[in-house]
Write a protein that binds this ligand. Sequence first.
Ligand SMILES: [Zn+2]
Length: 314
Amino acid sequence: MKYKLFSFILGLIVLCAIIFIVIYQFGDKINQATNSEPVNNKLTVAATIFPLSDIVKNVGGDNVEVINIITPGASPHTFEPKPSNIRELQNVKVLFTVGHGMDSWATDLVDGIDNVQIVSVDKDIVLAPFTFGDDDEPLKPGMDGLDPHYWLSVSNAKQIAKNMAEILSEVDPDNTLVYQDNADNYVQELDRLQQDLMQKVSTLSSHVALITFHDSWGYFSREFGFKLAGVFESAPGKEPSPQYFKDLYDTAVDNNIEIVFTEPQLATGSIEPFIQDLDLKIYTLDPLGGIDTRDSYINLINYNIQTIYDAFSK
Ligand SMILES: [Zn+2]
């Protein structure tokens, strides 16, 4: 009898222990999901556009969790942050931005979050004015007349990687050597990319002239030796006027333009009559990537060079 009672009590204790463990584990999971505390001790950072997210992933490696804010297909020029964007940034310590009016909305996104740094990655990068510009167009908030599409030069991407390593090291000094090492390796990869692509475009005629959708290819074209003949949008998001179209038409004829380059993030409806009139072929350049074969910064630059190569070597 005594033995049975003992077994019963022992069984009860074991059962209680099991229930306690299950509730404890489950409750912990619920807790993690609701207050979205990091499930590990990784440093959480964010970047406004995909190319910056990918570069910081390479520099941060396994120590860093990266949130990419603008989903593929959207343009930073027309992006409007949603409450879900703010929620996912609660544990972010650094928000990497392009700056110069490209992603001024980033400030509002992290407004209520403590201890977050907003860092523009342009340190030690020489910025240039827009290639075409529009003196009549009032500058948007945060814009200074300088062209913010500087990540599209591979040389600049190397500097961006170094700048990111510096910031990550400041925020997480224990892993300084890791960040430096990762950045060095990534810069070497970018060196190889740059050499390969320079080699590739050297076989194209020196008269490659581009008409692109918006004025974002200045740094890219200077690096690879392309001439920019014109753009459809004189300012991001601005519909071209009839006079503007007429001038661009003359430019296209003068430069023997046969090809135009559109972009996946921007609507092209307004330029279709122009394209039909001149019987132009359309190719797509992508300044942002994040999808399909443009799923890394390196693949994005590769894609754009390959597109220009295909367009002009036919
Ligand atoms: Zn742009």
